[in-house]
Ligand binder design. Sequence first.
Ligand SMILES: Nc1ncnc2c1ncn2[C@@H]1O[C@H](COP(=O)(O)OP(=O)(O)OP(=O)(O)O)[C@@H](O)[C@H]1O
Length: 236
Amino acid sequence: MSKEQSAMSDSPLVIDCRQVTRTYSEGPEKLTIFSDISLEVAPGETVAIVGSSGAGKTTLLNLLGGLDKPSSGQISICGKEIHRLSEGGRARFRNRHLGFVYQFHHLLPEFTALENVMMPCVLGGLPVADARKKADVLLGRVGLAERLAHKPGELSGGERQRVAIARALVNEPDCVLMDEPTGNLDEHTGEGVRSLIESLRDQFGIAFVMVTHDMKMARSLGRVLRLEQGRLIQEV
Ligand SMILES: Nc1ncnc2c1ncn2[C@@H]1O[C@H](COP(=O)(O)OP(=O)(O)OP(=O)(O)O)[C@@H](O)[C@H]1O
């Protein structure tokens, strides 16, 4: 059995996080960011993680995306223990199952909006013509049909954010992880992003986990969890 197969479980959850602890060593001291956190996210569910600065929200998101490893505990994404995969296996897994949207976009500046969105498909082995078609459709969906040939430097902040969302969705992920998706946006553009998330969730059953300070968006989309003093607490 391969390493990737042995990491499989038959959980129907998109995210199944059990008793996860993350500590950092600070010389002889151990700094515990959070301990024994558990989180379950079903397909098509939207979960917002809120909490004060330094509470560990980005750390948690990085663990869920396989960008960091837990100090202890188990994290299964789509039935796979992502941190047990090899580095190459994790990269392939992320490309196929996860989409990422960060506040600062991480778009490639020398490529057009269309090329940025095509990239994950091309890296995943899709023929360029098919990748172009998918990217074209998605950019239309996020209202950027007239901006396909613009490079990130020629787009507004809200437009760049929408390109990043289209890029996160192009491989039809099971789950999109978002760090402050509306952080840099004005209220109107932020509302556009919120309704886009809602329609994609309802139409394609994509799960979204987002770190946000935007309580209005968090509450309107679904479950809100607060990370506080190393614990993850459901908001009522
Ligand atoms: N590599 C590291 N080594 C030691 N401590 C770290 C490391 N990375 C992050 N931390 C600490 O972990 C804590 C949580 O950081 P994190 O970025 O997850 O917080 P956050 O809740 O996302 O904060 P913000 O809302 O300000 O972005 C912080 O106190 C930070 O200093």
